[in-house]
Ligand binder design. Structure first.
Ligand SMILES: [Zn+2]
Length: 361
């Protein structure tokens, strides 16, 4: 009797097991067919819970293929990715324009730094180098050459300009990739947010090269001093950012302060340059663009730290309009203001005689 009973329970448990594995297989099949879903803030693992004012539309631990495709679908990172992808395209375009044709570079320089219709000879006249429309200028325009826009006896090399464009492109593309892939796993989150911070630092360092290089062309020791110090500070900032304790969300304000401090260390060489060339209107014009850049970065930092407007209406800005998207747009605008300042400075330098002519300080 007892044996029979045992056999009976054994049989039924076997059937149960079989049914259970069958169910499991079906669930797995369904899961494979189903697209991974978007999640609410409360459903996320702790490492992805960063901004409690963004309530919904999170991707969480999706397979890499789905994450890659999510560039084209709506979730709360879509616009964070695209704002910097569009910025990246803007800087690639600037790079291609500067590389392809010397005449385009000439137009870029002239277009940003002088009002329409003002001819180059007027600038030259002001500097007292020539009295009439210089033939050399027209021949420069029609005579394409690469990596050197030639001024009157002074060659303006383009590599510092390309260093800046390269830095901006690295920052923007690192940021887009980080916003796309960080949600894949805890390891990915740690790696990509560090990559994002280092991208920002690289852009700040690279931004200094062109203006410092061109304005201190005739003060090589100062130029070397400023370029070396900003590079050292930048590398120290990157090392600090990679310290494990600083990657947590708690240090948001600290990171913002670090970037701002790094950015505002540019005030010292800028003040020095203005003290040397305050009677040169183009230097002052460039300064105005650099101040605009500083204000745009500062405004970006305020949004980044305060998490406005989503703090004001949690859940209302999950997809469009939250602080990080505004911060991204302001970063692109600031980098663009800096591009204009750099082009103005390059055009100013191009119109000046060589250092040993004794006109420069
Ligand atoms: Zn970002």
């Amino acid at each position: 009797m007892n044996n029979m009973k045992n056999r009976g329970t054994k049989k039924s448990s076997k059937i149960e097991k079989l049914e259970h594995t069958e169910k499991k297989m079906n669930i797995n099949k369904e899961n494979k067919k189903l697209k991974p879903r978007l999640m609410k803030f409360e459903e996320l693992p702790v490492y992805l819970q960063d901004n409690e004012f963004i309530r919904d539309y999170y991707r969480c631990e999706w397979p890499l293929k789905d994450i890659a495709l999510s560039v084209f679908s709506w979730h709360n990172e879509t616009l964070n990715i695209w704002t910097h992808l569009v910025g990246f395209v803007i800087f690639v375009t600037l790079m291609v324009m500067s590389l392809t044709e010397k005449t385009i570079m000439e137009n870029l320089l002239a277009g940003f730094s002088r009002p329409a219709g003002e001819a180059r000879w007027m600038t030259m006249k002001k500097n007292g180098t020539t009295d009439s429309f210089p033939d050399s200028y027209t021949s420069q325009i029609s005579n394409p050459s690469f990596l050197g826009v030639y001024g009157d006896g002074y060659e303006v090399v383009l590599w510092p300009w390309f260093v800046f464009l390269g830095g901006a492109m690295i920052c923007l593309v690192f940021s887009s990739i980080s916003h796309l892939f960080a949600c894949h796993s805890h390891k990915f989150t740690l790696f990509f947010w560090r990559l994002d911070y280092s991208g920002i630092s690289i852009m700040i360092i690279c931004s200094f090269f062109a203006p410092v290089y061109y304005t201190f062309c005739c003060q090589p020791y100062w130029r070397l001093f400023y370029l070396t110090s900003i590079t050292i500070v930048g590398i120290l900032v990157i090392i600090t950012l990679f310290a494990p304790s600083l990657t947590s969300g708690k240090f948001r304000s600290f990171r913002a302060a670090l970037f701002l401090a790094m950015g505002f260390s540019g005030v010292i060489p800028a003040a020095h340059a203005v003290s040397l060339y305050f009677h040169h209107p183009q230097v002052l014009a460039a300064l105005v663009y650099e101040i605009a850049m500083g204000l745009l970065y500062a405004a970006g930092a305020v949004f980044y730290v305060t998490r406005f407007p989503e703090r004001w209406k949690p859940g209302a800005f999950d997809l469009v309009g939250h602080s990080h998207q505004i911060f991204h747009v302001l970063v692109v605008a600031a980098a663009f203001a800096h591009s204009i300042a750099t082009l103005v400075i390059m055009d100013w330098r191009r119109g000046l005689p060589p250092c040993n002519a004794g006109i420069l300080g």
